[in-house]
Design a protein around this ligand. Sequence first.
Ligand SMILES: C[C@](O)(C(=O)O)[C@H](CC(=O)O)C(=O)O
Ligand SMILES: [Mg+2]
Length: 291
Amino acid sequence: MTLSPGALLRARLQKGLLVLPGVFNAITALLAEQVGFEALYLSGAGVTNSLLGMPDIALITLTEMAQQARYVARAVKLPVIADADTGYGEVLNVARTVEEFEQAGLAGLHLEDQVAPKRCGHLDGKQVIPAEEMVKKIRAAVRARSDPSFFLIARTDARSVNGLEDAIARAKRYLDAGADAIFPESLQSRAEFETFAKAISAPLLANMTEFGKTPYLRAQEFAEMGYIMVIFPMTAFRVMMHAAREALRTLKETGTQQSLLDRMQTRKELYELLRYADYERLDREIAEGDS
Ligand SMILES: C[C@](O)(C(=O)O)[C@H](CC(=O)O)C(=O)O
Ligand SMILES: [Mg+2]
């Protein structure tokens, strides 16, 4: 019997800390799978920035995000958790988002309690919706999933708006509403992560993004505090962008890419990643009339 993506994720969570690197398209997902990660995080910021060339302020639509989720989930065997922002609307939109994301082959998603239009969780000027509104969204999400294993994570952005106490109080209400896990966004110190974990006995997700409000902690440190999932949502994205800029500058300045060759993924490596040989074999076998 094959497990559903949600069931696969839940089975993996039983074994302890899960580190989820952020991916933003199928090929970064393939890379993360190749290096041995066991689950992936489809970043809203990463998809918005890379697909649209736009900032992460609620400009991506449900359709665009679900399509990208479908490409990613199809490319890899790993469970994928996606960023569903605010659910792209109100209660009924949340229900549809859950249906679409589940059908896309994801293992789960997270919904956040920001007002629309949402902001990156690590920027100032965020606002949150009343907790009771978010509770309704979570209830809608729970009812909308067809696989009870589909993993629903409630993210609260309340820390930077109303303080840690409100974030904790909201987390409790979101769990009562049926959330499977909590993602406390932009906590500002190790002590805050500890306090939060002591107050909330449920699966917890920590966000280890860069240049934000959270200090740099290792995945293992989060695990010791009681966090079961750690996402590194934009790490590969930022490194790739930096590398691409350097390469483009060098090309512009010198008119040749030769000094860059030893920093490139080779054609062979790319084809291996894409399982090019499998496609050729299939084509050949069909042409030869084998079944
Ligand atoms: C996790 C996040 O929601 C994302 O979209 O990847 C972002 C990451 C980032 O902007 O660094 C967030 O923390 O809001
Ligand atoms: Mg996001």
